[in-house]
Design a protein around this ligand. Sequence first.
Ligand code: PLP
Length: 399
Amino acid sequence: MSINQTMRRLGEERSVIREIFEYGNARKKEIGADKVFDFSLGNPSVAPPHEVNAEIVRLIAETPSVQLHGYTSAAGAPEVRAAVAEYLQTAFGAPVSASHVYMTCGAAASLTISLAAMSEAGDEFVVVAPYFPEYRVFIERAGGKVVEAKAAADFHLDLAALDRAIGARTKAVILNSPNNPTGAVYGRAELQALAALLHKKSAEKGAPVYLIADEPYRELTYGAEVACLLNLYPHTVLCYSFSKSLSLAGERIGYIAVSDDCFDADGLFAAVCGAGRALGYVCAPALFQRVCAKCLGKSGDIAAYRENRDLLWNALRKYGFDCVPPEGAFYLFVRSPEPDAKAFCERAKKYELLLVPSDSFGVEGYVRISYCVAKETIVNALPAFQKLAEEYELQQTDK
Ligand code: PLP
């Protein structure tokens, strides 16, 4: 056959999340947008902070457009890379030089570039399940093998499971905190324990086991500290995105920061540049590189996400659903009242509730609810959740 069948399959099957999102759009046309409660996609629902628009306007007014919209260097505009490095140094004391920063098209590109830069034949990449479903696509495309380490019952790290999963073939562990889909934010102590484990495994292997820190939700926490992995483990590659913090998901902008303390940091960074080149990810969107350089560390209205989280979590708990309160990001991971989460999602659809079954996240028996929606969507959806709970005869609580 004359085309790549793996790519064809990926294109035809689409992600489960996108499938539900498309169903939701079609359903909204049929019965009206306000009657469909779409909790499928992690598309930020709050406006970017005002600094974003102010900077766009300023840049357009003050910079000749040829200069503003032309190519930057492949790794990004030098002043932008310098601003990112300076921010990481001053905000976190992280060991990152401008020469180790690569501007990318969001976290997806940060991850695919980093994986391609590291991956050699036979390499394994450890992910904590449940995990962002695209990890599997990205890792396998880079020629790697996915190895799952189940999270603990509270969705924090299970060090024993990680110990079993990391072996001689492990090239890297991917960690995502605040977490999609569980909302867990890993604590400093468990990350220190992970760092100790990675040191031990690297020594046994005789080569570094890298840590890929996938952090598009870094700023979105409800009080929990997001410890900086660049400071906790030397062989760390930070994959950052402005998609969620600045509500710029459609603009495709983020960066990779390779720790200066990483084994052969210059060599790894050269491989990052090579992977960016090979994948066609050179010169991330030029206008937004410059906008983001002026908005580092900022975020949209996190209070709105917190309000949604509290409203939804309190109500679902009251109706009898079993869910751990999210510490960050904008997802609630709820245990399905029947073992088959897909069957549960089908029943939820009867009430126009669009939820994502957990199977593609690497665990069974849960659903993900994205609460980055208008508050009224949650308020209007609550009676539907209550009816769903009644259908399953869940025990209502008055807590
Ligand atoms: N990693 C995680 C954990 C995510 O949730 C997402 C998007 O939802 C991404 C990576 C990809 O982010 P981006 O849209 O910036 O490519």
